[in-house]
Design a protein around this ligand. Structure first.
Ligand code: HEC
Length: 169
């Protein structure tokens, strides 16, 4: 065996040893990191809002019952009608109310509904006075359904009338 050959072998052996050692250390560090991460990761998952909501949904009782002496306001929201005019999506302004429901007929003049912007159609109606307009909007008149077909409180319907009148002045 020549001298250079033996030093090559020696280098190769040392190099393999060091490389093997580094790989081993890397694997150990990887394992430790996984272990440490696992604990925090599952903790985060438990606190995830989506997860919390899902669990709450899954463990919620099927029936919702009012319990005497307790706050049952959440029940009202559950049983509230979801259709137009439900208390939850009550329009906040006359304009919103008009856009949502009244405009369906009054925007285009369906079935003889006085069209918004048609001053000739609105003039005589406005001349009746607001109280009459309110009364007709609330109770209905001819093809005009009571409250425009909604279950809104009177005040909301009046706001919508005010808004429509303001468009036709
Ligand atoms: C299904 C169609 C329809 C919807 C929806 C509707 N209206 Fe009407 N509305 C009419 C018709 C048709 C008339 C004309 C009635 C008549 O004079 O015979 C009318 C008339 C009116 C009048 C005039 C009443 C009068 O004294 O001359 C007011 C005010 C009014 N509507 C308000 C509203 C409001 C406010 C809403 C929304 C909450 C609404 N309407 C939604 C069809 C509708």
């Amino acid at each position: 065996m020549s001298k250079s050959e033996s030093s090559d072998t020696q280098f190769f052996n040392t190099f393999s040893l060091v490389l093997g050692g580094l790989i081993f250390v890397a694997i150990v560090i990887f394992g430790v990191a996984r272990n440490v991460g696992e604990a925090t990761q599952s903790e985060n998952e438990m606190q995830d809002p989506m997860h919390v909501k899902e669990v709450a949904q899954n463990v919620a009782p099927f029936a919702h019952e009012a319990v005497a002496g307790q706050d049952n306001s959440a029940l009202a929201a559950l049983s509230a009608p979801k259709a137009d005019g439900g208390a939850a999506d009550l329009p906040a302004s006359g304009e919103a109310a008009y856009t949502k429901v009244c405009s369906a007929c009054h925007g285009s003049g369906v079935n003889g509904a006085p069209k918004v912007g048609d001053h000739a159609a609105w003039g005589p109606r406005i001349a009746q006075g607001k109280d009459t307009l309110y009364a007709h909007a609330l109770a209905g008149k001819g093809n005009m359904p009571a409250k425009g077909g909604t279950t809104w409180p009177d005040a909301t319907v009046r706001m919508a009338v005010d808004y429509m009148v303001s468009l036709n002045k």
